[in-house]
Structures are given as C-alpha cells and as structure tokens.
Design a binder for this molecule. Structure first.
Ligand code: ASP
Ligand code: MG
Length: 407
C-alpha cells in the first residue's frame, strides 16, 4: 500500500462539476488501496477576486488580514471536496493548515513552512479516510494564520509528502506535464518524461510557471519524487521530477525557459574605481528591488565603466529614478533604460560535461540576426537578454537547433 499526496490546482476545482470529477478520480485511487492525502487550491480566480476586494477597502491591505481573507478560498474547496467524496461513498475529512499544525514563520504573504505535525493526518488515514488539507496556508507560533505566497499549494503538497514520507507527490494541474518549452510559443514543444530537481528549479526560477519555485526547492531538499500531471485526462503519466541519478536518458539540453517580466537599466560612463557596484546596487536593494542579471563592462573612454542590470518590470520606474539619483551623485554620463527586453535561457545538466553549448547558442541567435544584450551563465544554464520582439524567433530556433522537438 502506497501513501500518495495529491494536489489539485484552482482550475481542477473551479466548479461543482470539476470538484465532483476530482472526487471520482480520488475515489478510484482510494479503491485501488492507496492511502491518500489531498491538498487543494482555492477555486480558480477566487484568490484574485478576494485580493481585489481587500484593495477596495485598504489601498495597501494589512498583510495579516489579507492572509485571514485569502485562506478562506481553500476552506471552501476542502470542505466541498470532502462532501463530494462522502456523497459517492468515499470516507473523507478536511483540515485547515492550522488544524494539522502546518507551522510557518510569521512572514505574512510569503511564510515558510517550519514543521508539520503528521499525527492527526496519520490517525485519520488509519481510520480509512482520505485526508484533505487546505493548500497555501499555515499558522505561525503565535497562532496567526499565514499564507505561503501565490501558488503556495504546490509547496503545501510537497511539504506534506516530505513530512509523511509519502511515496510520491502528484501535482494535478491543467497542463499534462513539464514541456521542453512553452507550447504556446513553440507548438513542437515536447512533454518531458523526467527532469531533475536542479533543472526544474532553474526552469521555475527562469520563468516556467508550472510549479511554485519553493515547492521544487522543498522536493529537492527532502528528495520527494514529484510528478506533474493533468487532472483533465485519464491515466496521465505526466512528468516526473526526481534526482539526477534516476534519469536514464539525459539530454544535454532539457529545456528552454523564458521570462517576459524583465527590464534593463544601465549606468553609462561611471568612474571605474572600487565601490561603484556597491554604491549603485545598495540604493536599489534598500528599495527592496530584486536585481537579476548584472554586467559591468569597460567603456570606450578611459577610466570609465558601464554598469547594467535587470529588474522585474514592475520595479522598472522606481529603479529608473533611483539610478538617476545615483548617476548624478557619481557624476556618471547617463542612464539608459529599456523595459522591452526578455530573458531566454537554455537549461540542462548535460552542459556540465559538454563544451561549446554557449557558442552553439550564440551562433543560432546570430544566424537569426538577434542581438544579445546581456549574458549570464551557471553550471547548468545560459541566459541571454534580447529585444522582446525576438522572443518567439529565439525560442523556436533554439528549440529546433538543440533538437528538443525530437525524442
Ligand atoms: N490560491 C492560492 C493562489 O491562487 C494558492 C494556489 O493556488 O496555489 O495563489
Ligand atoms: Mg495555483
């Protein structure tokens, strides 16, 4: 008998009919003899709807009260799902995060799970029940309700699987797995059978929206076998996310991620002396703006350097005005900014043992006449920043050049 943790996302529980369909699926698993713990999101659109309500009342809603509000979305779906199961003769019980002691830190809106008390869940499983746990929520040590950040139900499921030492954590969603790249951009994208934690982590951080980043970190840390599959088709195999050594056929490149939320800022002609990078970025980070890529280059004029970095497009205007102040303070020549850029990244653990991947990537982009504005690499990824108008061309030409469309 296996212990499986399953998670159903907002679309999968988006209506009474869908909840009933999910209940049928769960019942089939339970009838097969597996023990099941199920975590669900709020009905699709609900979390956004409630956030908008809060903003009608408080321009910047109190984070504690917002958590109190948003967690009701999952309370609705766990109870309805439990009823749907009982209705078809499958014994089930629902729990809020606080009831099974999903203890988090006190960072409202982006809390981290510290521990889970599995005793109540085990007791209910032993009574033959399907246990349904609200996703996305927890409770801090002072009893305040917290949430784990948008998309946090994925993390709830993986954390439950880790705490319960489950055999597998299955994330049911509206796509049938993890693809080599976004199929909306490249119709020849292929569903991967398996991908390593490390690659999935890179892809999630580089813009692939299939799983919450933190859930992959958690799975990797506790070696939870994680499967992404569709709740809309029967017997899907999905994509297994697992340790590198469990992957039999390892391609050099596994996938291409892209991020359209990038904006680029450059400080031109800064005096090239110690402390410059520090002075520029200090002001940016004090404003709580996250910096992604950083490039410093020698300028044509002696003793001067150019300093460029990317931020999230939401932070673009603020970063631009901070940089203008820094520019005046440091006596630099000027600020150049561009929020019409995207980041395209190749990801693959095979890169570690294959030379020349970067060269091949740059050649493909060159052949298409795409100018590379910035480059960043790690052991298993190469990212470039390019003009957003070339996004599709870049993704498609790289996808075929690296033969990701072939088995
Ligand atoms: N309901 C939450 C959200 O929409 C959590 C989740 O869906 O995973 O972000
Ligand atoms: Mg979600």
């Amino acid at each position: 008998m296996a212990l499986i943790v399953q998670k159903y996302g907002g679309t999968s529980v988006g209506s009474v009919e869908r909840i009933q369909a999910v209940a049928e699926k769960i019942k089939a698993f339970a009838d097969g003899g597996d023990q099941l713990v199920v975590s669900v999101s709020a009905m699709s659109g609900e979390t956004n709807r409630m956030t908008a309500l809060a903003k009608e009342i408080q321009t910047v809603p109190s984070l504690r009260e917002l958590d109190m509000l948003l967690t009701t979305g999952e309370q609705v779906t766990i109870s309805l799902l439990s009823m749907a199961l009982q209705q078809i003769g499958c014994d089930a019980i629902s729990y809020l995060g606080s009831q099974v002691q999903i203890v988090t830190d006190s960072e409202h809106g982006k809390a981290r799970i510290k521990s889970i008390d599995d005793s109540r869940i085990h007791a209910s499983l032993d009574e033959g029940k399907v246990v349904i746990v609200a996703g996305f929520q927890g409770v801090d040590e002072f009893g305040h309700i917290t949430t784990l950040g948008r998309g946090g139900s994925d993390t709830t499921a993986v954390a439950l699987a880790a705490a319960l030492k489950a055999d597998e954590c299955q994330i049911y969603t509206d796509v049938d797995g993890v693809y080599t790249t976004d199929p909306r951009i490249e119709p020849n994208a292929r569903k991967m059978k398996a991908v390593s934690y490390e690659e999935m982590l890179e892809m999630a951080s580089l813009g692939s929206k299939v799983l919450q980043i933190r859930s992959v970190e958690f799975a990797s840390k506790y070696k939870v076998p994680l499967r992404v599959l569709s709740s809309l088709i029967d017997n899907p195999e999905g994509t297994l996310i697992t340790s590198e050594e469990n992957i039999v056929e390892q391609a050099v490149i596994s996938g291409i991620a892209h991020n359209q939320d990038e904006a680029k800022l450059s400080l031109i002609g800064v005096p090239d002396k110690p402390g410059i990078a520090f002075k520029i970025l200090k002001n940016i980070s004090e404003a709580n703006i996250e910096v992604d890529m950083i490039v410093q280059s020698v300028s044509a004029r002696e003793g001067l350097t150019n300093f460029a970095f990317t931020v999230h497009r939401n932070d673009f205007n603020q970063a631009q005005s901070i940089l203008q102040t820094v520019c005046d303070d440091l006596g630099a020549i000027g600020v150049q900014s561009d929020d019409k850029v995207v980041k395209v990244s190749l990801v693959g653990i095979g890169m570690r043992s294959h030379a020349g991947i970067a060269t091949q990537m740059f050649e493909v982009l060159h052949n298409e006449g795409i100018n590379i504005q910035m480059i960043a690499t790690s052991e298993i990824k190469i990212s470039v920043v390019i003009d957003e108008k070339y996004l599709e061309l870049a993704v498609r030409s790289l996808h075929s050049a690296f033969e990701l469309d072939k088995e």
